[in-house]
Design a protein around this ligand. Structure first.
Ligand code: GDP
Ligand code: IMO
Ligand code: MG
Length: 442
């Protein structure tokens, strides 16, 4: 391509992939990102923080990552973009933990955006005090200060990574931040913080965190121009998105693919193929509406067979049938081009399966999940029943190994959510994955 003055612009091929959750989180994004990372050069986190918990099983090793991009397990460069909120203490603890497991996490393999906002101890304190004050109306947050840190970013009082290198900036920023938060903490009857304590906290961490700091937008742009493949790793999921999720029972960031661009400093075209991850059933941690939730023996069976306990908080996950209405919505607002369906094996041997194919509100059929919370809580699912399979999908590595009924179940989901299933996962193990279409080949 040539510009007006005859200058040559290099056209870079957009063969990137963005992975997002299509339900309420814990769909198996970490496993899929780890698997796809073999085909990528760089793995980028663009939103969320250490509220995420991604479990990767590789042979006899299990890695639990919260803040670190899952590609690090494959030795791929990991990038933490500006859209993430970073708790430097949690970051260093995680680096120490995975380093002890044999991974290399050094400035050679990990870069963090200089403009990333930090989570300070005061944010966790506010998060927990507010949840306690909400009582029965609590959100069920992870208590890790995610919401308050994002609030500070938008309120223009966040301490950012680059501030750790400027003592004069830290000084006045902490004054401003504490004026706000101590007022709130005192009002909630909680302990307040002193500037000296926060300064000491940050100054102790700075020398270990600052070496990872980089100009991420430039690194990603240069890499794209050099033809490197980028894999964007979403955390949480569309139904937890602050705009498109089941508000107010959501997290405080945009989890949809569009935010991969804003959250790392690249153009929207760089996002590439959007792969939505969905479980073959549904789960949710924390409070909020869940139309297809099961409170019976079947719900407990799914929880036990799927080992449905939160990676971060250890809370049991609520379980229910696959909700095609919600996943179709996630496909539409999330810009999903293909789905990775995970945990199909958990349904092995269940004689009869159900899929939520419609909603009723006060006895009337409705087209969409409503936006207002009281109406959301009253939504009733309409189900379609499908025959289960007696054979096993556990560990299957090819389409041909799947029982006919399991294939029917997958095909029905494709029809209902109006997106192709391009990947299938049949166990926690990295290689128990069936590829139908390579998302990087688009
Ligand atoms: P993420 O937050 O989306 O990365 O998902 P989590 O790691 O929090 O939760 C998914 C859990 O399911 C993890 O324990 C995975 O090891 C496990 N898992 C992922 N894919 C499969 C699968 O296909 N089958 C089974 N049985 N477990 C899976
Ligand atoms: P991954 O990336 C599942 C939920 C919390 C709570 C709500 C708000 O592993 O899929 P927050 O601490 O973010 O303010 O909590 O969001 N939540 C998740 N649920 N998986 C996650 O991440 C989650 N991250 C946050 O349980 O309901
Ligand atoms: Mg998780």
């Amino acid at each position: 391509m040539h510009g007006p003055d005859g200058q040559h612009f290099k056209e870079h091929i957009m063969s990137n992939v963005t992975v997002i959750g299509a339900q309420w989180g814990d769909e198996g994004k970490g496993k899929i990102v780890d698997w796809l990372a073999s085909r990528a050069d760089i793995v980028v986190r663009f939103q969320g923080g250490h509220n995420a918990g991604h479990t990767l099983v590789v042979g006899d090793q299990t890695y639990k990552l919260s803040l670190l991009p899952s590609g690090l397990v494959r030795g791929k460069m990991g990038v933490i973009g500006n859209g993430v909120v970073v708790d430097p203490e949690a970051l260093l603890a995680e680096i120490d933990r995975v380093t002890a497991q044999g991974l290399e996490v050094t400035p050679r393999t990990l870069r963090i955006a200089e403009n990333v906002p930090l989570i300070l101890p005061v944010h966790g304190a506010i998060d927990r005090a507010r949840e306690a004050a909400r009582g029965d109306r609590k959100i069920g947050t992870t208590g890790r200060g995610i919401g308050p840190a994002y609030e500070d970013k938008v309120a223009r009082r966040a301490i950012r990574l680059c501030d750790l290198a400027e003592p004069e900036t830290l000084d006045w920023k902490l004054d401003e931040l504490l004026l706000h938060h101590n007022t709130l903490l005192a009002g909630l009857g909680s302990e307040t913080f002193t500037k000296d304590a926060l300064l000491a906290h940050l100054n102790a961490l700075a020398p270990r965190v600052l070496p990872f700091m980089d100009t991420v937008w430039e690194l990603l742009d240069d890499s794209s121009r050099a033809g490197r493949k980028i894999l964007f790793e979403g955390a949480q999921a569309v139904m937890l998105d602050v705009d498109h999720g089941t508000y107010p029972f959501v997290t405080s960031s945009n989890t949809i693919a569009a935010n991969a661009a804003t959250g790392s400093g690249v153009g929207p075209g760089t996002v590439g193929f959007v792969l939505g991850i969905a479980k073959a059933y549904s789960t949710r941690v924390g409070e909020g509406p869940f139309p297809s939730e099961l409170h019976d023996e079947m719900g407990r069976t799914l929880g036990e067979r799927g080992h449905e306990f939160g990676t971060v908080t250890g809370r049991p996950r609520r379980c229910g049938w696959f909700d095609a209405m919600l996943v179709r919505r996630a496909v539409r607002v999330g810009g999903v081009n293909g789905l990775a369906l995970t945990k199909l094996d958990v349904l092995d041997g269940i004689p009869e399966l159900r899929i939520c194919t419609g909603y009723e509100l006060d006895g009337e059929e409705i087209r969409h999940f409503p936006s207002a919370p009281a109406a959301q809580a009253r939504v009733k699912p309409v189900y379609e029943t499908l025959e289960g399979w007696s054979g096993t999908t556990y560990g299957a590595r090819s389409w041909a190994d799947l029982p006919a009924q399991a294939i029917k179940y997958v095909r029905r989901i494709e029809e209902l959510v109006e997106a192709p299933v391009t990947l299938l996962s049949t166990s926690p193990e990295r290689d128990d994955t069936i590829l139908m279409r390579d998302p990087f080949e688009n």
